[in-house]
Design a protein around this ligand. Structure first.
Ligand code: FEO
Length: 393
């Protein structure tokens, strides 16, 4: 099989997963994904950088059919979508060694039962000579697990960043050929996977920027030759800049909560604030996650089910709380029939967000007269806070 050449002696040997629609039983993949694996041949040694998800092992093994030696398998990240085929590669190449961070070494033993003596821990800045090809290992923890590293191929100025700068996007092209499309997929990926590590990524980017890089080669999605484009996008996402936007995830049972959401939406728009509202009965979680990458304010809207918030609302609030977006303000609106602890429940579910809570608007039954006035007041408070904080774009 002819391998896809990136540079002289550097090949893509990954797998494109056009049909995958869910990751981690959580993340929707509307555009599929890919697991990028790379073969680097020096004059003396050959290294494989990351492998593929076990569901695509056969694809990688077929690509390696004509490859008679692999001396090293670099595991940038131990999550199984990249490490899951290492055991098969080790079985084929009996003297190959796995290189990973010290923590990655532990994970590979725990997750894949790889014999510890076949794994060597590498440290930050350590280099490996393959003969005319030098790999440098760069410690970049928490993108996305604590053990992650990146690998820099000096002579060819390629940095292999595994999850960092990736996108869940199945494509026939090895490189980005539609920047807007890839940027959208990369933002979705950042929102779903990387957002909790925003400040860490900021530091890693400073580190990466010290290297001369012609190609950023993540292990999901197309490779970036226009490195400025993907770095600039990430720079914006990890920055503290906020957009003049209110995100409203909501559930509605008989239309009362939706009436409040629609009224608040119109009031905010009337005050020059952008709104992204998501009916959780039909929303893709990835879209919701993307919307809180930049938004300044979150308004959670829920009816009361039995004694608490709607389960779909709690699930969305839990997800947003876990993703730790840079939101600055939050509020809650919703309805109840007789009693309940919806506000307390939602408030405790988003307790990790560093937000100023603006007084909730909770209505008994269907909203009427004075209730709309309270929603006008809430819209005015949000608009004022945005303005006072210079959040105007
Ligand atoms: Fe693509 Fe964290 O694995």
């Amino acid at each position: 099989m002819e391998l896809k050449k990136i540079k002289e002696g550097v090949f893509w040997v990954g797998a494109v997963d056009w049909d995958r629609r869910l990751f981690d039983s959580l993340i929707p993949l509307p555009d599929g994904t890919s697991y990028n694996s790379f073969l680097v041949r020096g004059s003396e040694k050959t290294a494989l950088i990351d492998t593929v998800d076990p569901s695509k092992s056969a694809v990688l093994m077929a690509a390696l059919e004509g490859v008679d030696r692999i001396d090293y398998i670099v595991s940038n990240h131990s999550e199984q979508d990249h490490s899951g085929t290492i055991p098969l590669v080790l079985e084929k190449y009996k003297s190959a060694k796995v290189l990973a961070s010290a923590k990655g070494r532990e994970f590979l033993v725990d997750l894949l039962n790889i014999p510890i003596e076949r794994i060597t821990a590498v440290s930050d800045g350590e280099t490996l000579q393959l003969g005319g090809k030098t790999l440098e290992f760069i410690s970049t923890p928490w993108v996305h697990w604590p053990e992650t590293i990146s690998t820099y191929l000096r002579e060819d100025k390629i940095i292999f960043t595994c999850d960092m700068f990736g996108s869940h996007l199945a494509a026939s092209s090895l490189y980005v050929d539609d920047e807007a499309k890839v940027c959208e997929a990369a933002k979705r990926y950042y929102a779903e996977v990387m957002m909790p590590f925003r400040t860490t990524i900021r530091k890693h980017m400073e580190k990466v920027e010290k290297y001369a890089v012609d190609i950023i080669a993540p292990s999901h999605g197309p490779l970036h030759r226009n490195v400025k484009c993907i770095l600039d996008a990430h720079r914006e996402w990890v920055s503290d800049d906020l957009s003049n936007t209110v995100v409203i995830p909501y559930a509605t049972m008989h239309g009362s909560t939706e009436l409040m959401v629609d009224y608040l939406t119109d009031a905010l728009i009337g005050l020059g604030v952008k709104v992204e509202k998501y009916n959780l009965a039909v929303t893709d979680n990835g879209k919701l996650a993307m919307s809180v990458v930049d938004a300044a304010t979150l308004v959670v809207a829920s009816p009361t089910v039995l004694t608490g918030a709607h389960p779909a609302v709690i699930s969305a609030a839990f997800l947003i709380n876990a993703l730790r977006p840079k939101l600055k303000f939050a509020s809650i609106i919703g309805t109840y029939g007789w009693a309940g602890k919806m506000v307390e429940q939602v408030t405790s579910t988003i307790s990790s967000l560093k937000v100023e809570m603006i007084e909730p608007v909770i209505v008994k039954g269907r909203p009427k007269g004075d209730d709309f006035k309270k929603l006008d007041d809430l819209a005015a408070k949000i608009a004022k806070r945005h303005k006072d904080n210079n959040i105007t774009k």
